[in-house]
Design a protein around this ligand. Structure first.
Ligand SMILES: [Zn+2]
Length: 303
């Protein structure tokens, strides 16, 4: 475990906000880092910076171990959840194109693209779509589908500078060990006036505040918990001008959604899960928006 300072303002002045729920010896299981892992309720100590308000995990597993873990992740279950993700990404692309302009063969880079679902959909829409992803297994899945996905971390991968019109981070910024470094690198790879699009969880949302320590996104694999305010401050510090930051949900299959409800509230969830199964509705995709996920659109400023 390592102690970390605030990644937004650099202060070493944080107080505990949610106590650790992991017993000694249980941490560091790489399966906790699978996208579909249901590690709800399990997390290290989560603190809040008293200077700027950023919420983050501290202490946390060593940064080098986190990177190694993401490189080694394999998650066949993710492929089964593909349908829900396709709908979510198709849904995300509409406002993206409204704000950043039509695809028209323009280069777009998806950071942490995993098996390349968004890269594939964006490519079909007419973007020149690239992806970068640490998991070797996921990159093999993407490349087998003929997608242009580079294996590695954004900071070190061989990618063209000042080339992209759009860089997207879908549910990625809360996982990276140095979000400010990641956004600065996105800035370097974007053309002047290019767009960074960040979708993440919102620790200051009404739902998060109502749920307190039972908010389902408090998880071991999430090491940063932004609000619209703290993400805006970080984007501005990295040379971006924020144009929009709005709640945006996702699509989930009913079977998957009910399993999450069962984990949170078994008395309601289990009968509902059985009903959904009996009616053959597990595969139906439904929109979910509790206001605790948001997308920020910011433009590269300066030369
Ligand atoms: Zn701070």
């Amino acid at each position: 475990m390592e102690h970390v300072r605030c990644n937004l303002c650099g202060a070493d002045d944080a107080v505990e906000r949610y106590p650790c729920t992991i017993q000694a010896g249980e941490a560091g299981d790489w399966r906790a880092f699978r996208c579909t892992h249901s590690g709800y309720g399990w997390h290290h100590t989560i603190v809040q910076c008293q200077q700027c308000g950023l919420v983050y995990t501290d202490p946390r597993p060593d940064g080098h171990d986190i990177v190694e873990t993401y490189q080694a992740v394999e998650d066949p279950l993710y492929l089964e959840e593909r349908e829900g993700r396709v709908l979510t990404f198709e849904h995300h692309l509409r406002p993206l194109e409204r704000i950043t302009g039509p695809p028209a063969g323009r280069p777009l880079l998806d950071v942490g693209c995993y098996t390349g679902v968004f890269v594939e959909i964006a490519g079909r829409r007419g973007w020149q779509a690239w992806g970068v992803e640490p998991s070797r297994w996921a990159v093999e899945q993407a490349q087998a589908r003929g997608l242009h996905v580079v294996q590695g971390m954004l900071e070190t991968a061989d990618l063209p500078v000042a080339y992209f019109d759009v860089v997207t981070l879908w549910d990625v910024i809360e996982h990276v060990i140095d979000p400010q470094g990641t956004l600065r690198q996105a800035h370097r790879l974007l053309k002047p006036g290019g767009w960074v699009v960040v979708h993440t969880i919102d620790i200051d949302s009404l739902f998060a505040r109502l749920m307190g320590g039972r908010w389902p996104w408090l998880m071991e694999m999430h090491i940063y918990y932004f609000s619209r305010h703290t993400l805006r401050m970080m984007l501005e510090r990295c040379g971006f001008g924020v144009r929009s930051a709005c709640p945006q949900g996702r699509y989930l299959r009913l079977g998957y959604l009910m399993s999450r409800v069962s984990a949170l509230a078994p008395l309601v969830g289990r009968p509902a899960e059985r009903l959904v199964t009996a009616l053959g509705l597990r595969g139906v995709a439904v929109p979910v928006n509790l206001g605790d996920l948001f997308t920020a659109y910011a433009q590269r400023e300066g030369p």
